[in-house]
Design a protein around this ligand. Structure first.
Ligand code: FEO
Length: 171
């Protein structure tokens, strides 16, 4: 059985994951309108992943006798400046998510809830991967700068990264 505090904190994480899915969906749509097909594909796939992160939490909370709550979400931005600014936003967003996961781990230890602690380890590992991927993309785009040909190649590169990340094991 989940403690009240643990349940509340996990429910807050549901909202964060759902909002992440919306932010990346908005990024996908914006990138598509800018002609960045590869980046759009990457963001659509990333948005789906975030929904999966959210669903995993919903199922876990209910399985442990709690009630997973579906709440209203904050609207994401509609445009993102440039690909570079957008990936910086993505990176900062993932750092924020990692902090939030760490806070959950902290609460699980305080509550001596070792089942939830164990459950959260999947998210801890996932955040390491997500931050590393965002950093790799950011490094690439920083190297390219404003070179149009470079940005075209970058778009293709990101498409490849989508394929690799989609083939990594899912829970
Ligand atoms: Fe679910 Fe990208 O963190």
């Amino acid at each position: 059985m989940l403690s009240t505090e643990m349940e509340k904190a996990l429910n807050e994480q549901i909202k964060i994951e759902a909002e992440s899915s919306q932010v990346y969906l908005s990024m996908a749509s914006w990138a598509e309108t800018q002609g960045f097909e590869g980046v759009a594909q990457f963001m659509y796939a990333h948005s789906d992943e975030e929904r999966m992160h959210m669903l995993k939490l919903v199922k876990y909370i209910n399985e442990r006798g709690g009630h997973a709550k579906v709440s209203a979400l904050d609207a994401p931005p509609l445009s993102f400046g440039s690909s570079k600014e957008m990936f910086k936003t993505l990176f900062d967003h993932e750092v924020m998510v990692s902090k939030s996961i760490n806070e959950l781990v902290h609460i699980s230890l305080q509550e001596k809830d070792y089942a939830t602690h164990n459950f959260l380890q999947w998210y801890v590992a996932e955040q390491i991967e997500e931050e590393a991927l965002a950093r790799t993309i950011l490094d690439k785009i920083n190297l390219i700068g404003d070179d149009k040909g470079g940005l075209y190649l970058f778009d293709n590169d990101v498409k490849q990264l989508t394929v690799i990340s989609a083939s990594s094991p899912q829970p």
